[in-house]
Design a protein around this ligand. Sequence first.
Ligand code: IMP
Length: 419
Amino acid sequence: MTVTLVIGTQWGDEGKGKAIDVLASSYEYVARYNGGNNAGHTVINSQGTFKIHLVPSGIFYPNTVCLLGNGLVIDPSVMIEEITALQKAGINLENRLWISPRAHFIMPYHKILDELYEKAKGQSATGTTRRGIGPAFADKASYNGIRFGDAADSSYFLDKLNTQVLLKNKIVQALGGGLLDLQEIFKEYSSYYKILKPYIKECFPIVQEALKLKKKILLEQAQGTLLDPDFGIYPYVTGSTTLATAATAGLGIPPRSIDRIIGVAKAYTTRVGSGPLPSEMTQNIAALQEKGATTGRSRRIGWFDVEAVRLSIKLNGIDALFLTKLDTLSSLDTVPICTGYTLEGVKTSYIETPSFQWDKITPIYQNLPGWKEDISQIRHYQELPPQARNYVETLEKHLDCPIQWVSVGPSREALIERK
Ligand code: IMP
């Protein structure tokens, strides 16, 4: 298999960072194709603990080339912060980290507008990461975006920026924000460009060459399938397509070259931000509490939602699953899983439920026996308590998809691979 795609099957934060960190060891290229620095991976390895939002997790393997494709929107200040932190940890980035000049800048006014829209929407706010993602993608779609490559020519860049500042000042002021200063933004972004220039390179020929030489490429999706603007529960979604198909447009790789799609699913469900979470827990289980890697917000917690993950598997054509955080469920007497939904007493499905009906959905649960043992040191599937194996195999049956990896802790080594 030369091209593998790794994708989150839930509402993001499935543990893709861990999955990619484990899988990347055998890949020569790791590429991102969607989203921006709304993503957040925590990678724990022998070089330290890293919270990364943009740079693909493959960067920790010294011979892996990392690409940030044209489908991304990038805050250059965050990119510079990450580059600096990686360099400080002794990681060499020369000739192995490339940003597409077609990727769009997240500008200061995108972050301001994200904030202003959310405030103006009040109760019906999306609960965005406030990183300017939606406004940056909206600008891309409405031909108002500014790309990394545009900054190569300062008068071209200034001209584009001037038009945008004129436009955005009208909108920002109407929503109660302050005036944007063209020269200030120009100066700030020109200096970012200067720092990032050595990393900006057209990714298409790199990908083409890698395909020609049958090099191994790992495609890294950001966010989760259920945050997709079309198949998520709109408007509680993110600004860019999160499906596997987005890789073809977001990196410039032909769909037929993707050999294998691996879905990452957490052993339960989490969500940050607003919007429906059908299997949301009513009780507070301390062991399951988590904070978002990007915003530090508390994640909402739910039981594993088979109905939702099944949709992700079908939408993306997932071949195998990487199940994360099974160890976190240890110590529960019973572990419910959500196998479907009813709407006003009638069985329904995720895909048939319109946005305005989600608050009336009732989950159908199947209670599975829990286990009490600490499983974090187990490395062979047969050594797991029978209840934990039953949990994995019941999910597998409902999902009709093999669970090939079971992660039992945050480190690279805390993993069970099923043969
Ligand atoms: P935005 O992507 O910042 O516009 O936020 C839109 C929605 O997607 C919000 O509910 C965010 O919490 C959620 N979101 C965006 N990126 C991620 C992610 O990487 N993990 C989990 N949720 C995310």
